[in-house]
Design a binder for this molecule. Structure first.
Ligand code: TRP
Length: 525
């Protein structure tokens, strides 16, 4: 890269202790609420066993290619999303900030869901929710107001666990990548997997469990003709692998120079997919039991995904099964662990961006980010109207923001003509090379994403959302989208704390070319 500007000290980036730590952290980010409460219900509604076909195709044609792209960007350009993307192309910094803004918005309410799970962990011991799970969650616990509007009536029962989660998150982040984030994942992920295996086995032994599994996996091949099913599969894969939030770029930037960057992507992708399947068995086994107890068929039950699955349907299962309190506590503890490791990846991504841009110390950055976000999260979401806000902000930031962020990232790489460089880089440092097929897939994915973005935007613009009042959606839905764009425009205008042109790309472009020529001579790649 270009000449020096007073030679700042070479950057001392924090590092993982090794490949396993990186893989566990990436799995920690990927395995979250999406695997437990989104995947099973999504599969059930979208063709059951037949859904595995579009899902696996989406994983291979879009999930893994984008994961490799983020790994490549983060590792080659060694930075948080804004820094790494700026190194990809001078004008792409805003795309990075856009992703950071998405992470910021989502972090505000992701914490709240974890806080609910903390509360429900404790409620499980006495089965406080047993009598009327829906009434308990919506009325007694959330104290949800009837009117969709902004309110500031704080619900203490939600606020306290929320503050506790923020405190834990700030401590983990402040301990740093190696001592905090890495340790949380190295302990948390194995614990989560073991707990969930136990949960799945227990669920399978319940009366009626097999009916649930059958309902989940019976293939309906006609679903494959429905474009919505395919879109759902791609959407689920993007969401589940935590793509386009800048998380994987950031995590890849903490790897040592000589690090295998491709094989771990496959491990993460298939590990995440396996956990989703495991969750499918646990969730639908339990649902089969509930149907059996109520003397209805699985098809007659509601609330098989999302918030209602976890906080209404599952409590109903727990209340009726032998050994419910233990099963319940283990289930909600799993939600907390899965959520916490994802949350940390989100916050680390934001904190890393600010460290790179403004030269903040990791600890200071962690505390600043944590305190600001904790305040907003309490004021906005632990209130009697928090659920409405959560729902609305989630639609716009998750469904629109994530897709737009992915398109911007691919476009930046294409406009800067760095696809080949990144492919060569990945191949040079890794055991498993990537080539032309990968680049073709990445471009293909971006076309698909563009289609998804247009479709969703039109849908939200014309049909609104959940029948919420138009002004409410204008302020908090479209307002969220506006906020994301604003951050993407404003942050690049602010100065970097030091010249960022300096960085020793390794392997150098010359070395990459040589390696490529060598491979061509051997007739490879
Ligand atoms: N992958 C997470 C899940 O399955 C959700 C998620 C999507 C996420 N993007 C993220 C979590 C970014 C943390 C950071 O629940």
């Amino acid at each position: 890269m270009t000449a020096s500007t007073g030679a700042p000290a070479p950057e001392q980036r924090e590092k993982w202790s090794g490949q396993t730590a990186f893989i566990l952290a990436a799995v920690g980010s990927a395995v979250g609420l999406g695997n437990i409460w989104r995947f099973p219900g999504q599969a059930y509604e979208s063709g059951g066993g037949a859904f595995m076909i579009p899902y696996l195709i989406a994983l291979v044609t879009a999930g893994i290619p984008l994961l490799l792209l983020e790994n490549g960007i983060g590792h080659r350009f060694r930075g948080s999303a804004p820094l790494a993307l700026r190194r990809v192309h001078k004008r792409a910094e805003g795309v990075g900030w856009f992703q950071i803004a998405v992470s910021f918005v989502i972090g505000l309410y992701y914490t709240v869901v974890i806080a609910w799970a903390v509360s429900f962990f404790f409620f499980s011991f006495n089965l406080d929710y047993a009598e009327d799970p829906a009434g308990f969650f919506i009325g007694e616990y959330l104290q949800l107001g009837d009117e969709v509007k902004l309110g500031f009536d704080i619900v203490p029962g939600v606020m306290w666990p929320l503050l506790a989660i923020w405190a834990i998150a700030i401590i983990v982040l402040a301990l740093g990548v190696h001592n905090g984030v890495e340790r949380l994942n190295v302990v948390g992920i194995p614990l989560l997997v073991v707990t969930f295996i136990v949960l799945a086995v227990r669920a399978m032994m319940l009366d009626g469990a097999m009916d649930g599994i059958e309902a989940l996996f019976t293939p309906d091949f006609s679903a494959l003709a429905d474009i919505n099913v395919w879109i759902a599969a791609y959407g689920q894969v993007f969401f589940s692998l935590s793509l386009a939030y800048g998380v994987m770029i950031t995590y890849a930037s903490y790897r040592k120079k000589r690090s295998n960057m491709t094989a771990p992507a496959f491990v993460v992708a298939f590990g995440n997919c396996s956990f989703s399947l495991l969750a499918g068995f646990a969730v639908f086994g339990a649902i089969g039991f509930l149907a059996h107890e109520q003397g209805v068929s699985v098809a007659e039950l509601d609330g098989l995904t999302g918030v209602s699955l976890s906080f209404i349907t599952f409590p109903a299962v727990i209340a009726q099964m032998p050994g419910g309190p233990i099963f319940g506590a283990a289930f909600f503890a799993s939600l907390v662990i899965a959520g916490l490791t994802s949350l940390i990846s989100l916050l680390q991504t934001i904190s890393a961006a600010l460290q790179d841009k403004f030269g903040w110390h990791p600890r200071g950055s962690a505390v600043a980010v944590g305190l600001i976000m904790a305040t907003l999260s309490v004021l906005g979401f632990s209130t009697t109207t928090g659920l409405y806000l959560l729902d609305t902000v989630d639609q716009w930031s998750n469904q629109l923001g994530i897709v737009a962020g992915a398109i911007g990232m691919v476009a930046a790489v294409m406009i800067a003509r760095r696809g080949r460089e990144i492919a060569l880089h990945l191949s040079a440092v890794s055991t498993l090379g990537v080539g032309r097929a990968w680049r073709v897939l990445v471009v293909g994915v971006s076309l698909l994403l563009t289609y998804m973005l247009v479709r969703k935007t039109v849908e939200l613009a014309t049909q609104g959302y959940e029948g919420y009042p138009g002004e409410y959606l204008a302020v908090f839905g479209w307002g969220t989208a506006g906020f994301l764009v604003l951050i993407a425009i404003v942050l690049p205008l602010m100065p970097w704390h030091r010249a960022i042109a300096e960085f020793d790309a390794w392997p150098t472009e010359g070395q990459l070319e040589e390696a490529a020529a060598g491979a061509a001579r051997k007739g490879g790649a």
